[in-house]
Design a protein around this ligand. Sequence first.
Ligand SMILES: Nc1ncnc2c1ncn2[C@@H]1O[C@H](COP(=O)(O)OP(=O)(O)OP(=O)(O)O)[C@@H](O)[C@H]1O
Ligand SMILES: [Mg+2]
Length: 134
Amino acid sequence: MTVRTSGSIPVRIEQDVVVARQAVRKLAQDCGMRLIDQTKLVTAVSELARNTVVYGGGGDMDWDILDEGPRSGIRLTFRDEGPGIADVKLALTDGWTSGSGLGLGLTGAKRLVDEFELDSTLGLGTRISITKWS
Ligand SMILES: Nc1ncnc2c1ncn2[C@@H]1O[C@H](COP(=O)(O)OP(=O)(O)OP(=O)(O)O)[C@@H](O)[C@H]1O
Ligand SMILES: [Mg+2]
């Protein structure tokens, strides 16, 4: 697997969620991803970027275009230096929220992508990496 191109965009305020969505839509189009998969990926971005703003206190989204044999993919890493997630297993349960959400963001995002990795340390922050192959 090789990284073709990379970049990073800030995810600090609600408006950045829109910018992240638009950036990923463009990357997915450039990658030749089919429309249904573009939409799945962009939906996951909405959820993860919103969590970064709301719970993480803001952070960044790193993006990589990947090549592996004949396939290409997009890897996105959302990272923040917020409070972290105390119980990752609980956070990945449908319907569990610490706030006033529906508790469907993380589980929904996980289902929409091919790879999903969550690392979080209390007091240090959260890092969620997702990959979708075209
Ligand atoms: N970046 C983060 N930093 C700290 N806690 C987080 C982060 N992302 C998610 N969480 C925690 O995980 C819980 C579940 O997140 P999830 O996105 O599934 O649901 P929600 O944001 O509460 O509601 P929804 O996304 O459905 O509106 C959150 O309520 C929050 O406690
Ligand atoms: Mg959420």
